[in-house]
Design a protein around this ligand. Structure first.
Ligand code: IPM
Ligand code: MG
Length: 347
């Protein structure tokens, strides 16, 4: 089985290196690795954030472990050449439409949460975010209005098939957990959301065992910090899911802790920490590698059908935290590599 490693920009290479050390330590039979350039790193070397060589590896592999993209140097490039296009391009080219972002709090980190410990410890949810549509991929551009003013626009839309397939992932995810699905939209204002809600209600007929509720996104943002324990699975669109998952991560201790999986219809997936490239701390050994290490665990579980080593990684992370391992984002002073060492020591 071929695993593609795409470290990307900023802290990406540092955190991917630690995940690779953990995978190597497990000594899993039959795994091979191929590295590819993405993001600003790829633009600088090859003139494109997602060069054909990289796309070729992505198409051939069984799973992708992805670091992060984003580089201040590239912020003034035309949009199609910016680092972010690498991840957006991979999601689209490979049809990775279902983004699973679990947010759970390791109990040792209750103090690192932005919330009071007794509220934070209740968090145990999965955000299911649609990744191939919405305002991310609609028509967009800059134009000049009749009175000579500049105007930017991005069209938000979903068709019913796109909503139905992510609805099914949401219901299935809830079925494997506590059986509660909360669909988040803005149906009081947006037609896109009205269709979203209608299709959620229709699809619910196939999942009568699941409890479906609906929440407006502004209320969901508020409820996430007021009482995150009320959520089991949230299903939402691309833009709302982007925002709510960052928010959930801080409730769960640190954005440096949360992994994610982006899946197609055949369990092929791209696995990445939900944090970005953090160029401000790149190369300083300050990044927390645990979100990437936990992403590698998700990769073993979902795309490579290796649940036991996935469990071992997750248990080792918990043990390392129990033993007091902390990078700066968790209020400690360990380096990226020392955190990797702490996980390896348990393994
Ligand atoms: C994420 C990121 C990306 C997104 C960026 C890097 C394009 O924020 O994966 O959440 O907006 O989807
Ligand atoms: Mg984001």
């Amino acid at each position: 089985m071929l695993i593609a490693l795409f470290p990307g920009d900023g802290i990406g290479p540092e955190v991917i290196a630690e995940a690779r050390r953990v995978l190597d330590a497990l000594d899993l039979p039959g795994l091979t690795y191929e590295e590819g350039l993405v993001g600003g790193a790829a633009y600088k070397a090859k003139g494109h954030p997602l060069p054909p060589e990289t796309l070729d590896i992505a198409e051939r592999c069984n799973a992708i472990l992805f670091g992060a993209v984003g580089d201040f140097d590239c912020d003034n490039l035309e949009r199609h050449l910016r680092p972010e296009q690498a991840i957006l391009g991979l999601r689209k080219a490979l049809g990775l439409f279902a983004n699973l972002r679990p947010a759970t709090l390791f109990k040792e980190l209750a103090d690192a949460s932005a919330l009071r410990p007794e509220v934070a410890t209740q968090i145990d949810m999965v955000i299911v975010r649609e990744l191939n549509g919405d305002v991310y991929f609609g028509e967009k551009g800059m134009r000049t209005t009749a009175d000579g003013k500049r105007e930017g626009y991005d069209v938000m839309s979903y068709n019913e098939d796109e909503v139905r397939r992510i609805a099914r992932v949401g219901f299935e995810t809830a079925r494997a957990r506590k059986g509660r699905l909360c669909s988040v939209d803005k149906a009081n204002v947006l037609e896109t959301s009205q269709l979203w809600r209608d299709v959620m209600i229709e699809t619910h007929k196939d999942y009568p065992d699941i409890e479906l509720s609906h929440m407006y996104v502004d209320n969901a943002a508020m409820q996430l910090v007021r009482n995150p324990g009320q959520f089991d699975v949230i299903v939402t669109g691309n833009l709302f899911g982007d925002i709510l998952s960052d928010q959930a991560s801080m409730c769960a201790g640190s954005i440096g802790m949360l992994p994610s999986a982006s899946l197609d219809t055949n369990q092929k997936g791209l696995y990445e920490p939900i944090h970005g490239s953090a160029p401000d701390i790149a190369g300083q050994g300050k990044a927390n590698p645990l979100a990437t290490i936990l992403s590698a665990a998700m990769m073993l579980r979902y795309s490579l059908n290796m649940p036991e080593p996935a469990d071992r990684i997750e248990a080792a992370v918990a043990k390392a935290l129990e033993g007091g391992a902390r990078t700066p984002d968790l209020g400690g002073s360990m380096t990226t590599q020392q955190m990797g060492d702490a996980v390896l020591a348990v393994l």
